[in-house]
Design a protein around this ligand. Sequence first.
Ligand SMILES: [Zn+2]
Length: 431
Amino acid sequence: MTKLSKILLISFALSASAALFALPTKSSEDHEYKTSVLPLPPLETLGVEKKNPLKEEKTTSNWQLHKFKVGKNESLSTLLDKANVSAKTTYQIGRLNNSKKITNLKVGDEINVWVDKNYQLQKILYPKSQTLAYEVVKSDNGYKIIEQKQQVEIRTETAFGIINGAFYPAAKRAGLSAKSVMNLADMFAWDIDFIRELRKGDTFKVIYETKYLNGEYIGDGDILAAQITTNGGKEDHNAFILRTKDKLIGYYNSDGKNLKKAFLRNPVDYVRITSKFNPRRFHPVLKKWRSHRGVDYGGPLNTPIRATGNGKIIERGWARGYGRYIKIQHAGKYVTLYGHLNKFGKYKKGQYVNQGKVIGYMGKTGLATGVHLHYEFRIRGKHVDPLKVKFPAAGPVPKKYKTMFKQKSKFLLTQLDRIDRQSTQLAQSFE
Ligand SMILES: [Zn+2]
């Protein structure tokens, strides 16, 4: 940490604004199983200063604080008016060079205005995000706007747990946030059925990042590596992150194989299958025997529909039977089709779309008795049952990252092994 940023951090912590950034810390009971094999430097050496609430009080004790939540049709000037700030001062602030930084408000934003006993504006604080705030403070010739940037500090932590019943409570007990539990389930979604496959005694180990601001926990970051051992210790499922400076590319096993499949099993999140793939069924609208060459999903009108794989939208239009429909060409021989849509998403014909992106919304256009999605999966033009077909794996670690991935995953694997040795005893004592 540079000296300057350290000073910024300290001055920020001492200002009354610091309390606004206070976020819930993890409770101690969340840490039951937690061990940390990656040694972390003590707080002081990280340049994180403890806040002093008493000091905050003193500097602003003669000022009155107005806390506002920006409502509909409200602007900075209406809020300043509410705080009895003179129109002249409001005008002055609106005329500042970079005034847009504090006047571009969104509904729900928080604005803090301090005035003295003569309603003279002393300070405005606008926390733009968790790491960025704008302040209006007095200057020699009026006011000026200053930017308060805060650096998020990333730490690496580990978790170990033994499944006793369901996965979720076990992962929470091990100290993982809800977000990390979801990420973990997403990473292994193609590989492990978290509801039916995990048994009592199965174990998991996770190396993950946590984010801190002013020494306070603000949330989990990426999962770096994870290992789930199932089947009485016989099967290891490993996952290692591959990311560049600004992008998470994916999770792969130690051989560099993608944990993801090229396709999602279902194009809608909450699955209720109303009609299965069936070479011979009585059509409810046509009133005759006709094969059902896809799967129907029921749901409320405008349920988001996701592209099940990466691909290019080759058709987006209307057909008598399908109604409003989209057809996607995936790598090589695969085509998926989504029918009876109420409306399309933002992706147009000819555009590429990634797996999981919303391409449209459920409806009942075309030959449909009720709101549902008709979904087809074709291999070389032949219709197959999307619920039963074996999906190919998504692409392996890209060539240019192979060396980097090999080194990093090897290192992470040794870290995963260490969690085992150090914490098994500890975990058992809690069980
Ligand atoms: Zn159908």
